[in-house]
Design a protein around this ligand. Structure first.
Ligand SMILES: Nc1ncnc2c1ncn2[C@@H]1O[C@H](COP(=O)(O)OP(=O)(O)OP(=O)(O)O)[C@@H](O)[C@H]1O
Ligand SMILES: [Mg+2]
Length: 348
């Protein structure tokens, strides 16, 4: 499922344009199983992207151009994603019919479920039980504000690129998890993507995305805590946050922000219990993004929600071409490549 697609070549180049880092992943699809063939990462100037909104397209498109140049990428076609509160994912039920007839009905139904003008929306859907016998079928509806899609395409155009596919964040994460942690497709699990400004919460029930929420917590807030409360410089704060040890300086921020994330997760879980399957509780949490490795964070979340929380990397089961991580530490950058890897799993 994708909001927009062209299709074609043997390898896919994906860009995850975050507010802290732009991540590029190239995946070779020529051998059947995907092989990770290139990775490149570049920082984004502070405040060029705020809460997903691109405030300074010139700065961001220059960073993208530079990234492609240093990575030696020639292709002009890339896969990107949209996400956030202007993307709605919802499981709905409609009368059973052929997929080719369903778009019109889904569009009609979508008007009840999408809180913005349906005329300004890109829609897609997937029938979840295509071989079911019942009179009704489960359909996963995806709606994204067209502005969001157009802004992304505009950004790419400014960087001299075009969108091969525009995916949705939570589907890309889902695809990366399906490949690397097939056990995440059993039962009810939460995927947390702790980024620079935002933590995405995705809850899956037997692999079907039931709920996605964004919490306004990310590595930037941890860093600001350390600057404000401990008097640390940006560099010293980042060094602690990207390090391996819990220290007295780190402890209070990790405890407070970790609790904040855990509360967001608990709320999402509670909403899920009332809104959908009675008794379905989150059984396991997987954590990715640049904040996943903050020392002690997964422990704080785990203590509060009382289920196992583990750091997840898209390199867990993915075959990687020799040399890809010659200049990068795979253990350190792995977790922040989850979304870009999921995007690159699509054959563009
Ligand atoms: N090895 C690393 N190199 C650079 N930054 C790292 C590293 N490890 C962790 N980080 C932290 O991860 C952050 C970026 O994480 P990530 O790429 O997941 O966020 P983002 O996608 O840019 O942000 P958002 O999704 O909120 O817009 C950086 O701001 C930094 O604090
Ligand atoms: Mg991100």
């Amino acid at each position: 499922m994708a909001l927009f697609g062209l299709g074609g070549s043997k390898s896919t180049v994906a860009l995850d344009v975050g507010s802290g880092l732009i991540k590029l992943v190239e995946m070779d699809h020529s051998k059947g199983d995907p092989v990770l063939s290139r990775v490149a990462i570049t920082p984004v100037l502070a405040d060029a992207i705020v809460e997903g909104e691109i405030m300074d397209p010139g700065v961001v498109s220059d960073a993208i151009r530079g990234l492609l140049r240093t990575a030696g990428i020639k292709t002009k076609k890339v896969v990107v994603a949209v996400g956030g509160r202007d993307v709605i994912i919802k499981k709905i039920q409609v009368d059973r019919m052929k997929e080719s007839d369903a778009m019109e009905v889904v569009r009609w139904e979508a008007q009840q479920h999408v809180p913005f003008d349906i005329e300004g929306v890109e829609l897609d859907f997937q029938i979840l039980d295509p071989n079911g016998e019942g009179l009704q079928m489960d359909v996963l509806l995806v709606a994204a504000k067209r502005d969001l899609v157009e802004d992304k395409m505009g950004l790419l155009a400014q960087a001299g690129l075009e969108a091969g596919t525009i995916d949705v964040d939570s589907f890309a994460l889902h695809n990366a998890f399906e490949l690397n942690y097939p056990q995440a497709m059993d039962g009810v699990v939460a995927l947390l993507n702790v980024g620079h400004e935002v933590t995405n919460v995705n809850i899956l029930d037997r692999g079907i995305p039931l709920l996605n929420r964004d919490l306004s917590v990310g590595t930037r807030m941890f860093r600001e805590d350390l600057q404000r409360e401990r008097g640390l410089s940006v560099e010293d704060a980042d060094q602690l946050l990207q390090g391996y040890e819990m220290t007295p300086d780190l402890q209070p921020s990790v405890q407070n922000r970790g609790d904040e994330i855990a509360v967001g997760l608990e709320r999402a879980g509670a909403f899920l219990q009332t809104a959908s399957r009675a008794g379905a509780a989150i059984q396991h949490v997987f954590c990715c993004g640049g904040g996943a490795r903050i020392p002690g964070l997964t422990d704080v979340i785990s203590q509060r929600v009382n289920v196992p929380v583990q750091v997840a990397s898209p390199l867990q089961r993915l075959e990687t071409k020799a040399g890809v991580f010659d200049t990068l530490n795979a253990d350190e950058v792995g977790p922040l490549l989850m979304l870009a890897t999921g995007l690159a799993l699509r054959k563009n």
